[in-house]
Design a protein around this ligand. Structure first.
Ligand SMILES: *[C@@H]1O[C@H](CO)[C@@H](O)[C@H](O)[C@H]1NC(C)=O
Ligand SMILES: *[C@@H]1O[C@H](CO)[C@@H](O)[C@H](O)[C@H]1NC(C)=O
Ligand SMILES: *[C@@H]1O[C@H](CO)[C@@H](O)[C@H](O)[C@H]1NC(C)=O
Ligand SMILES: *[C@@H]1O[C@H](CO)[C@@H](O)[C@H](O)[C@H]1NC(C)=O
Length: 619
């Protein structure tokens, strides 16, 4: 109550007379939001550290606020005038005294606010000029925290549900030693340098590039990117936005590229803290070769070494221009697996929105490209969806499908189901529909792909029963609608997580039924789960189904578990899980092949990396 009165009184006073003799750190204060928001100020002294197209940046003179490594209140601030004319008579290094109005600005209600001074009025110029030294991150400042984003995340940035609280409502005190958002906020408006930078993903179409400097990081993979891990989404990375001098960041930067030192101002826009560099970033050295080596995982041609590929082929339609690239990946890099789980196959006229649902032409175009590239003559199978019911690009009717070598593998007692036929596990176990979809009418699959279950036999195997195995090909609902890792909602909203949880449970329960009829059943579940192993849908999937994560079985180094790049993270959306009968480290091999995450954006064939496994299905 007392505090409230005090605050009201201050507000009333400052409405009458502009606050005098404030310092920049006082305006920024120790939280995310300024106590002076919407208030006029006068007599503010700052040294110009940078100029941009819509304003300039100031730093408090050293006499106002000796900035220490650990100060929580930033001594830098943005002065927004809309067109940059306010600063046109001054240079970097000049000191000015100005008035204006403090604003908290954000362009979307889901973002954090940027503290700035608007409608600036020049009071006077301070004579002379001083050299402006950027603060080197990790030396003149703390190093960025490497695990937690916010104290409001409850210890897990992937916690479900998200949006339990909002930074802008709770207004936590900044703890820049512990939390990434607090760290970057404590430098908001400051001129900084990133020394020894490395690009950790590839830039977006505006050239915005996520980097880390020479500070301590966690999750670094062998290529130089940062891999997301349980509870750790890498707050130590920062995005480098549009250069202040109008130059353009390169669009072909790659994960692991070494960069020249970057100097710029810390800002917040489009949902992320960012550094706006004074000029475009420069790549010093790229990792070579651009592509990884082909897999060494090859088929034995018998049931003791069947190879399984998994590849999201990104909206493959008959008019796609990436057939040759996909064929090269499958033949050269994946060594033509015996059976390939494919996701995102569109119908025979792609995004044309009509009643066509068959993908025979799309799939036969793919298998022809593979043969032409020197690969096997694959056969394929899928189940057509009901028109417009499975989400994805409108009209595309994406679905999952299998490619397989018909000389080695065939469907076991085939009996293909239709789009609405609900598959069942029969005694044996066998499938009612082979192949067939899991619970296609369940509302969990609204606007999403239904999993395709199939039972297969290895041709010419000795032991009929032992050579039979099941596959489950999934493409769970997307993460669309997620909020930013640097956003207001804590923990961040994981878009579509409730759907994925239900989809996981349905699929896992189906697999559990197979294993309850035969605990030695050989089951391989793979695909684009659109989720990470340490988040609730996949935790439950493994628990309910009894399957083992193949990354764990063969002990792939945690930081090498990635198939996709998003924001600052190398991350794994594509997984393969196997039943206990197949989960023997000595008899299994598995690899993610980074043919798409490593090359530059223009050179990638799909947005996902493929994976290849070898399993002994007759063990
Ligand atoms: C302006 O601020 C300075 C400190 O930066 C202070 O010494 C001076 O008295 C202030 N002037 C006015 C008119 O408030
Ligand atoms: C820049 O200086 C000139 C000359 O003193 C003045 O006329 C002009 O208004 C100044 N511009 C700004 C934006 O303050
Ligand atoms: C978070 O919840 C608030 C209500 O507390 C709502 O206004 C806001 O839109 C939500 N944010 C997101 C990203 O869902
Ligand atoms: C697609 O091919 C399958 C056999 O692979 C066949 O049964 C089906 O009729 C074909 N669909 C169309 C629309 O041609």
């Amino acid at each position: 109550m007392l505090q409230l009165h005090h605050h009201l009184l201050t507000t009333l006073l400052t409405l009458l007379t502009p606050t005098t003799a404030l310092t920049i750190p006082q305006i920024n204060g120790p939280t995310f939001l300024s106590l002076y928001a919407n208030q006029p100020i006068k007599n503010l002294t700052g040294i110009i550290t940078a100029k941009g197209p819509n304003g300039l940046w100031l730093r408090a003179p050293a006499t106002h606020s000796p900035k220490t490594k650990t100060s929580t209140s930033s001594s830098g601030i943005y002065v927004f005038d809309g067109d940059g004319t306010f600063g046109s008579n001054f240079s970097v290094g000049n000191a000015i005294v100005l008035g204006g109005v403090v604003k908290e600005y954000r362009s979307s209600a889901d973002y954090l606010f940027l503290t700035e001074i608007t409608v600036p009025v020049l009071e006077r110029r301070v004579e002379g000029s001083e050299e402006v030294k950027p603060r080197v991150i990790g030396r003149d400042t703390l190093a960025p925290p490497t695990k937690w984003y916010s104290g409001l995340d409850g210890g897990d940035v992937f916690g479900v549900p998200g949006n339990v609280s909002l930074v802008s409502v709770v207004k936590p005190e900044l703890e820049p030693r512990k939390y990434g958002l607090d760290f970057w906020e404590s430098l908001s408006g400051e001129l900084v340098t990133v020394k020894g930078g490395t690009a950790v993903t590839k830039p977006n179409r505006y050239g915005d590039t996520w980097v880390v400097g020479d500070w301590k990081v966690t999750g670094r993979n062998a290529r130089g990117g940062l891999t997301m891990r349980d509870g750790d989404a890498n707050p130590e990375a920062i995005v480098i936005g549009s250069p202040l001098d109008g130059s353009k960041n390169p669009a072909d930067t790659k994960m692991g590229d070494r960069l020249e030192d970057i100097t710029g101002v810390v800002s917040y826009a489009f949902g992320f803290y960012r550094i706006l560099p004074t000029t475009a970033i420069t790549v010093v050295k790229s990792r070579e070769p651009v592509l990884p080596p082909p897999t060494k995982i090859v088929s034995s041609g018998k049931c003791d070494g069947i190879t399984f590929g998994d590849y999201n082929v990104e909206n493959l339609s008959p008019t796609s221009d990436h057939y040759d690239g996909l064929a090269e990946h499958i033949v050269e890099y994946m060594k033509s697996p015996d059976l390939v789980f494919i996701q995102e196959v569109q119908d025979d006229n792609g995004p044309t929105n009509d009643a066509v649902v068959s993908a025979n032409f799309t799939l036969s175009t793919l298998t022809a490209a593979i043969s032409a590239a020197g690969g096997p003559n694959y056969a394929f199978t899928d189940v057509v969806p009901v028109d417009d019911q499975d989400g994805g690009q409108p009209g595309g009717n994406i679905r999952v499908a299998y490619l397989y070598k018909p000389s080695l593998i065939r469907l076991y007692k085939p009996n293909p189901g239709g789009p609405l036929d609900e598959n069942e596990v029969l005694a044996g176990p066998t499938l009612k529909y082979n192949p067939g979809r899991i619970a296609p009418a369940n509302p969990a699959w609204t606007a999403s792909r239904k999993p395709l279950v199939a039972q297969w036999e290895v041709i010419g195997g000795k032991n009929k029963k032992a050579d039979v195995f099941f596959t489950v090909n999934v493409h769970f609902g997307s993460k669309g609608g997620s909020s930013s890792l640097h956003g207001d909602a804590r923990p961040p909203v994981n878009g579509g997580v409730d759907d994925r949880l239900e989809q996981s449970r349905l699929t896992a329960n189906f697999i559990r039924e197979i294993l309850s009829k035969d605990k030695k059943a050989r089951v391989i579940a793979a695909g684009d789960f659109n989720e990470f192993t340490f988040v609730q849908p996949l935790i439950e999937y493994a628990d309910i189904s009894g399957l083992k994560d193949l990354d764990e079985v063969v002990k792939i180094d945690e930081v090498e578990r990635y198939t996709y790049l998003f924001d600052m993270n190398a991350q794994q959306l594509d997984h393969m899980l196997v039943s206990p009968a197949l989960a023997k480290k000595s008899k299994a091999a598995y690899e993610h092949i980074h043919v798409n995450t490593w090359p530059a954006y223009d050179a990638q064939v799909s947005d996902h990396d493929p994976s290849v496994a070898r399993l002994d299905v007759c063990a």
